[in-house]
Design a protein around this ligand. Structure first.
Ligand SMILES: Cc1cc2nc3c(=O)[nH]c(=O)nc-3n(C[C@H](O)[C@H](O)[C@H](O)COP(=O)(O)OP(=O)(O)OC[C@H]3O[C@@H](n4cnc5c(N)ncnc54)[C@H](O)[C@@H]3O)c2cc1C
Length: 389
């Protein structure tokens, strides 16, 4: 098949958009970004977009830090900001998590992340709204916070188009085309398109795309629910993004009195069909979230429910993404499996993958994201805190 493009990226979520932009930036001439819906139509558009560097491996902490730098430079680099607010990030933990967390903070500091435990006085002064029952420690990461997921994705798509990249929205890719050990392009409703390589950034639908070309992609699709609350005025409320590990809650400010609140690990993960799922939140979920929230942060009592919804994310066997080419299969690249915490890495993932594809240069730890780790039996090891969203 004739190669109309050097690269085709399927999926305009944060990962596809960032990859397409960085491929152009690094000099690839003919790059096409294809999306079946609109920009950020998948999990990205509904993401809480909480940003933290609190990870248990140097690889993830380093990439989270790099992404924050990219979020902060977006207006200058891309011409539009991604709504990044460095509101800070707290993790609030019970006694049995303190030791592991201490180890993780050391890992994070080793790659330059500013983070640490808060002292008693600081907790009392800066978190006056916190019910301290069962709380053994609180961390503080000043550069964490949150972004606007749609704005950030749009920023990449616009900058990609401004640099001569081609974008086709409302264009479903029906299949990948394959010639022996090479993925040769994609199949659209109006026919096939050839490419030097195809990046599968289709999020929870990546598995089906891979399957269309006989490519194995072990992945679960999980339904994640979120609620939006408006607190009453004139009460002390959190300013930073919070992970309340004791209650399995996350709380992400939206500005003003509004907050996104969802359930973090530990929780039940429900597998569903990405082509047929309930997009509204369950009543029990909303009640459960508010009960937990009011208990931990009593100043939320009487808050008004503004919105609630459910969206999808794609989960790999070890909760680390699949990124990069595969041994024995030319012309194909994974960029999927964000595993519920993949928004924050979009900028860094896109840059590192593009560098890998265009220059062949890749950091040894980043190369381990390749799906080849499954066959090699080299899954990332879960340590305390894991990566779960
Ligand atoms: C409710 C919720 C809250 C979350 N909160 C956080 C958080 O606080 N912090 C964080 O870091 N992460 C969070 N995540 C996870 C994060 O949002 C995702 O990991 C990330 O956005 C995935 O981006 P993506 O680009 O890989 O996939 P997606 O955003 O799912 O994008 C895939 C795109 O591919 C398109 N597509 C699929 N199939 C085709 C096809 N055949 N042809 C053309 N286009 C196709 C889809 O329409 C979609 O736009 C959350 C996720 C959810 C659902």
């Amino acid at each position: 098949m004739a190669r109309a493009y050097d690269a085709i990226v399927v999926g305009a979520g944060i990962n596809g958009a960032s990859t397409a932009y960085h491929l152009r930036l690094l000099g690839l001439e003919r790059v096409l970004l294809v999306e079946k819906g609109g920009i950020a139509a998948g999990g990205t558009g509904k993401s809480a977009a909480a940003v933290r560097q609190n990870y248990s491996t140097t690889l993830m902490a380093r990439l989270a830090k790099k992404s924050i730098e990219q979020f902060m430079a977006m207006r200058q680099e891309l011409g539009q900001d991604g709504g990044y607010v460095a509101a800070g990030y707290h993790m609030i933990v019970p006694a049995d998590m303190v030791e592991g967390l201490e180890r993780n903070l050391a890992v994070q500091r080793s790659v330059g992340v500013v983070t640490g435990f808060m002292g008693e006085d600081a907790i009392a002064a800066r978190l006056p709204w916190l019910n301290r029952e069962g709380v053994a420690a609180v961390t503080w990461e000043p550069e964490g916070g949150y972004a606007d997921p749609v704005r950030a994705t749009e920023a990449y798509v616009k900058a990609f188009a401004a640099r001569g990249g081609e974008v086709r929205l409302k264009t479903p890719v029906r299949a990948l085309t394959r010639e022996g050990d090479r993925v040769s392009g994609i199949l659209l409703d109006d026919g096939p398109l050839g490419a030097g390589f195809v990046v599968n950034a289709a999020g929870p639908w990546s598995h089906f795309l891979a399957q269309s070309a006989g490519i194995d992609l072990p992945m679960r699709t999980v339904r994640e629910q979120d609620t939006v609350w408006e607190a009453r005025a004139n009460r002390p409320l959190p300013e930073a993004t919070l992970a309340v590990a004791i209650d399995g809650l996350y709380v992400r400010p939206m500005g003003g009195l509004r907050y996104i609140v969802g359930r973090g690990f530990p929780k039940v993960y429900l597998d569903i069909d990405p082509y047929n799922y309930k997009e509204t939140a369950d009543d029990e979920f909303i009640t459960d979230v508010m009960t937990r929230l009011e208990h931990r942060i009593p100043t939320f009592a009487g808050a008004k429910l503004i919105d609630s919804y459910a969206a999808l994310y794609d989960v790999t066997p070890d909760w680390y993404p699949f990124i990069g080419p595969r041994r024995g299969l030319a012309g194909y690249c994974d960029m999927n499996g964000g595993s519920g915490h993949g928004f924050k890495f979009g900028p860094a993932f896109g840059h590192e993958l593009a560098r890998w594809m265009v220059t062949g240069e890749v950091a040894a730890d980043f190369a381990q994201f390749s799906h080849d780790r499954i066959a090699a039996g080299r899954l990332f090891v879960q340590t305390f805190g894991g990566n779960r969203g």
